[in-house]
Design a protein around this ligand. Structure first.
Ligand code: PMP
Length: 427
């Protein structure tokens, strides 16, 4: 037994499944999860000090690589002034202004402590603003674990086959309408049925919780037009795509202006942070200005703000996203070529600094949930473990996107590709 296996056995005695968030348990790939001791740049190190090139990046926040000196410095300096006050600070204003500068559709925004809180709050706000109960989401999209949103969800809920989670009253779930991602006809049909009952559409502008599925041309534009027609609120959930697909998020990349945006992960630089924001007129419905209640004792926590701000400041210097996109493309093309060399059928999607690999004979781009879930997950599991043995840490599920950071240099990508070549040969 190695140290991670020992720790996993111990953890299971006091923590459900040994983990504080399900996908970490490796249920999607089998075996014992790596317990991480430390991380630096593009690498994480497990409890036995084995190094892995990391394509999880704490599920997104580590876009500048682990343990970035500017972020660490900001955290340490800010911590010396006290950890939390439960009162407003100047840092919160600087942070809000920075986010607004990078994502101008967020005219007004509020900080929370997780992506789940951001989407839950945005949906409550959309409901309060429109006076409507129903929401529309897409099958395989994951927006956190709030009750309304765990209906036909992606990520761990998909990996573990519990898309409709027990514990959610049918009376809640009935307000969540679900249609197929990238299918505007289904959206139009459902709106024609529930015309003035749908408060909002919430969508991942690039789906990253059923592997990685970018929007087909016209999909996001179509959602914008439908929301305009029916006076429904368009929420782009950029918890994954924010500052990753482009500096201004997927909304900048695809040139779509949402009514509300939700953010998480990346804006905390590794600390627990989320945010929601958008049109002033809608945000004015939030307490204490408006009637829709939303709050958080640790919201806007100074350490989290300092980490997030340092991360965003660093990220907006130079054209980091050109570098990130080039690195992602090099990885994607290299994986495809390595798979081909070894007679393995592989399909790849990528956009900005996120990507997904699909073990499938399908040669057309993967654009639907049905295609994503029809892929060979057994082959993925095998590939995942072979890569892990070679020192490459991929997301431990066939239904999660992979993430790169600015620390993923050409040399590191080449090492990854050399490992992949060996692993494809053994599939
Ligand atoms: N929305 C999206 C698109 C996500 O990917 C996630 C988490 N993976 C969430 C919301 C929920 O964020 P959190 O886990 O921070 O609650």
């Amino acid at each position: 037994m190695n140290k991670s296996e020992q720790l996993f056995a111990q953890a299971q005695k006091t923590i459900p499944g040994g983990v504080n968030s399900p996908v970490r348990a490796f249920n999607g790939v089998g075996g014992s999860p790596c317990f991480i001791k430390r991380a630096e740049g593009a690498y994480v190190y497990d409890a036995d000090d084995k190094a892995y090139i990391d394509y999880v990046g704490s599920w997104g926040p580590m876009i500048l690589g682990h343990n970035h000196p500017a972020i660490l410095d900001a955290v340490v300096k800010t911590a010396q002034n006290g950890l939390s006050f439960g009162a407003p600070t100047e840092l919160e204003i600087t942070m809000a202004e920075k986010v607004k500068e990078l994502v101008p559709s967020m005219e007004s925004l509020r900080m929370v402590s997780s992506g789940t809180e951001a989407t839950m709050s945005a949906i409550r706000l959309a409901r309060g603003y429109t006076g409507r109960d129903k929401i529309l989401k897409f099958e395989g999209c994951y927006h956190g674990h709030a009750d309304s949103l765990l209906v036909k969800a992606g990520s761990g809920a998909l990996t573990m086959g519990v898309p409709n989670s027990p514990g959610i009253p049918a009376d809640f779930a009935k307000h969540t309408l679900t249609v197929s991602y990238n299918n505007l006809d289904e959206v139009k049909e459902i709106f024609s049925k529930y015309a003035d009952e749908i408060a909002c559409i919430i969508v991942e502008p690039v789906a990253g919780n059923m592997n990685c599925i970018p929007p087909v041309e016209g999909f996001l534009e179509g959602l914008r037009a439908i929301c305009d027609e029916y006076k429904s609120v368009l929420i782009l959930d950029e918890v994954m795509t924010g500052f990753r697909v482009a500096l201004g998020g997927a909304q900048a990349h695809y040139n779509i202006t949402p009514d509300l945006t939700t953010l998480g992960k990346v804006i905390g630089g590794g600390m627990p942070v989320g945010a929601f924001g958008g049109k002033q007129e809608i945000m004015d419905f939030i307490a204490p200005v408006g009637p829709v209640y939303q709050a958080g004792t640790l919201s806007g926590n100074p350490i989290a703000m300092a980490a997030g701000l340092a991360s965003l400041n660093e990220l907006s210097q130079g054209d980091k996203h050109a570098q990130l996109s080039a690195a992602t493309e090099k990885l994607a093309m290299g994986l495809k070529a390595a798979a081909e060399r070894n007679g393995v059928s592989l399909n790849i999607n990528y956009v900005g600094a996120m990507y997904g690999i699909f073990f499938t004979e399908e040669e057309q781009p993967i654009t639907t949930y049905a295609q994503a879930t029809a892929c060979d997950t057994e082959k993925f599991k095998k590939f995942f473990h072979l890569m892990l043995d070679e020192g490459v840490y991929l997301a431990p599920s066939a239904f999660e996107a992979g993430f790169l950071s600015t620390a993923h240099t050409d040399d590191i990508i080449e090492k990854t590709l050399a490992a992949a070549d060996k692993c494809f040969a053994q599939l």
